[in-house]
Design a protein around this ligand. Structure first.
Ligand SMILES: Nc1ncnc2c1ncn2[C@@H]1O[C@H](COP(=O)(O)OP(=O)(O)OP(=O)(O)O)[C@@H](O)[C@H]1O
Ligand SMILES: [Mg+2]
Length: 422
C-alpha cells in the first residue's frame, strides 16, 4: 500500500489539497474548495449542528434567503487576538474549530480518493499572517496547527505559501533559475526570491536556496473593498445630504460607509444605535431612496451577494475592456458600465502599495532586477490586468510565468515532504 502526504493551502478565498504519493514520488490529484462555511438558521435535529462547507455553502446560503450564519475569510481571524469564539446554535466555535471544518472537508474528500486515512500534511502559511507582529503571527500558526490536528492530522509541518508556489514551478524547469515568486491571493500578496534547481526537487535542505521572503496585507478582497467604496457606497447614501437641524444641510459622515466596504464588517450595523442613525438619515433626507437601499442591504443581510457582483465585475475586467456592475435585488437596482480604465483608477492606490512594497523588498534584500531569471505569478489576483501591468512594466526584460493560479501552492506544498526529514 502506497504512503501518502497532503499539501494543504488553506486560503482566504479558496483552499486546495494536493495528494502526493511518497512511493511513486508523484502528485496523484489536487482538489480545491471555496473557504466558506454556512450554518443554516435552524439546527438540524439529526446532525446536531448543520453546517455546509465549500461550493454547496454558497448555494444553500443564497437559497435560504441569506439567513443563518455564513462564514467567509476565516483565515483573517487566525491572527486576531480580539477573536476568541463565536456562538452558533448554542455551540461555541473558536478560530481553530472553524478552520477545522474546512480542513476536515478537504481531508475527507482526499481520503476517499486514496482509500486511506492520511495523517501527514504540509500546511501552507503566508509569510506574514497579519503584519510584523510576532505574537499575532505565532498565535495564527498555533491556531492553524490545532485545526490540522482536530481534522485528523498527527504529523504536520508548515511551509511558506510562496515557497509552495515556487516548488510547483520548479517541477517544470530544466535548468537552475533565480526566481521571484509573487502570490497574489484574496487576503495577502507574498513575495519570495529563491534559487530553483530541477536537480534539487524534493531534496532535504533548501534553506540556502531561499534568499528572501516578505508579504503585504493586500489582496483581491482589498480591491473589492476599494470598488465598493468608490462605486457601491454612492448607491447607499454616500454623498447624500440630509437636514441636520432646520435649514442646516449636511452630508452623511463618510465613515459610516467604511463599514459596508467589507461584507463581514456589515455586522457592525446590527448595533441598534447605528440602525437608528440610518433611519434618522433616511427620514431627514426626505426619504432618499439611497438610504432605503442601505436599510434593505443591512436588514436582509445582502452583503455577500452584493460583493459577489463586485467580484464578477472584477473578474470580467481581467480579460475585457468593459464590464457591467449590476445588482438587482429587493428594489436595489444597479446597472452601470465600468471600463477597465475606470477600474484601474479605483484600485490604483492598492496597486501602488504593492509596488512600493515590492521596491522596498528588493532594496532591503539587495535584489538586483538584472539578476532575476524569471518571474512566477500565482493566485487569483495575479490575473488582474493592473497587476500584470505592474510586473511587465517593473521588469520588462524578465519572462513572466504562471501556473495554475488556484492549485499551484498546494502542489508545491505536497512536494515539500523533505520537511519531515529532520
Ligand atoms: N479571473 C480573476 N481576475 C481577478 N481576480 C480574480 C480572478 N479569479 C479570482 N480572483 C480573485 O482572486 C482571489 C482569490 O485568489 P486565491 O484563491 O489565490 O486566494 P487565496 O489563496 O484564497 O488567498 P490568500 O492566499 O490571500 O490566503 C479573490 O479575491 C478573487 O476575487
Ligand atoms: Mg493563496
Amino acid at each position: 500500500m502506497s504512503k501518502f502526504l497532503y499539501g494543504i493551502d488553506f486560503g482566504t478565498t479558496n483552499s486546495a489539497l494536493s495528494i502526493y504519493d511518497e512511493e511513486k514520488e508523484e502528485i496523484v490529484d489536487t482538489i480545491s474548495i471555496p473557504s466558506l462555511i454556512y450554518f443554516t438558521e435552524t439546527k438540524s435535529s439529526i446532525e446536531g449542528d448543520s453546517h455546509i462547507v465549500g461550493e454547496n455553502a454558497i448555494e444553500a446560503y443564497l437559497s435560504d434567503g441569506m439567513k443563518g450564519r455564513f462564514i467567509k475569510s476565516i483565515k483573517q481571524i487566525l491572527s486576531r487576538t480580539t477573536f476568541t469564539e463565536t456562538r452558533i446554535h448554542n455551540r461555541r466555535y473558536n478560530a481553530s474549530d472553524l478552520v477545522t471544518l474546512i480542513l476536515k472537508d478537504l481531508k475527507e474528500k482526499a481520503d476517499k480518493i486514496i482509500g486511506q486515512d492520511c495523517k501527514k500534511a504540509v500546511i501552507g502559511r503566508p509569510v506574514f499572517f497579519d503584519d510584523d507582529n510576532t505574537m499575532k503571527d505565532t498565535l495564527a500558526q498555533t491556531r492553524l496547527q490545532r485545526a490540522a490536528e482536530n481534522a485528523g492530522f498527527s504529523e504536520v509541518r508548515f511551509q511558506f505559501e510562496p515557497i509552495g508556489a515556487a516548488f510547483a514551478y520548479e517541477k517544470s524547469i530544466t535548468k537552475k533559475e533565480r526566481v521571484l515568486v509573487a502570490d497574489l491571493g484574496g487576503g495577502t500578496t507574498d513575495f519570495t526570491y529563491l534559487i530553483l534547481d530541477p536537480e534539487k526537487v524534493g531534496s532535504k535542505n533548501r534553506k540556502n536556496d531561499m534568499i528572501a521572503s516578505g508579504g503585504i496585507y493586500i489582496g483581491g478582497d482589498s480591491l473589492d473593498s476599494a470598488f465598493m467604496w468608490d462605486k457601491g457606497t454612492p448607491y447607499f447614501g454616500k454623498n447624500t445630504q440630509y437636514e441636520a437641524t432646520p435649514g442646516k444641510i449636511l452630508t452623511v459622515p463618510k465613515s459610516l460607509f467604511a463599514n459596508i466596504c467589507t461584507w463581514d464588517k456589515m455586522n457592525f450595523f446590527n448595533g441598534l444605535k447605528i440602525k437608528k442613525d440610518i433611519e434618522d438619515y433616511y427620514y431627514y433626507s426626505g426619504n432618499d431612496p439611497k438610504f432605503k437601499n442601505l436599510i434593505t442591504l443591512i436588514e436582509n443581510n445582502l452583503g455577500y451577494s452584493f460583493f459577489r457582483s463586485i467580484e464578477k465585475t472584477k473578474i470580467e475586467l481581467s480579460d475585457q475592456e468593459v464590464s457591467k456592475f449590476a445588482y438587482s435585488n429587493m428594489e436595489i437596482d444597479i446597472d452601470e458600465e465600468i471600463s477597465l480604465a475606470q477600474y484601474n483608477s479605483i484600485i490604483e492606490k492598492d496597486i501602488n502599495k504593492i509596488e512600493v512594497y515590492l521596491n522596498g523588498f528588493m532594496d532591503l534584500h539587495k535584489i538586483n532586477a538584472e539578476e532575476i531569471d524569471c518571474l512566477f505569478l500565482t493566485g487569483g489576483t495575479s490575473m488582474v490586468s493592473a497587476v500584470q501591468n505592474l510586473f511587465k512594466t517593473r521588469f520588462p526584460h524578465i519572462p513572466l510565468n504562471s501556473g495554475d493560479n488556484f492549485k499551484s501552492v498546494a502542489k508545491g506544498l505536497a512536494l515539500s515532504g523533505y520537511l519531515f526529514e529532520d
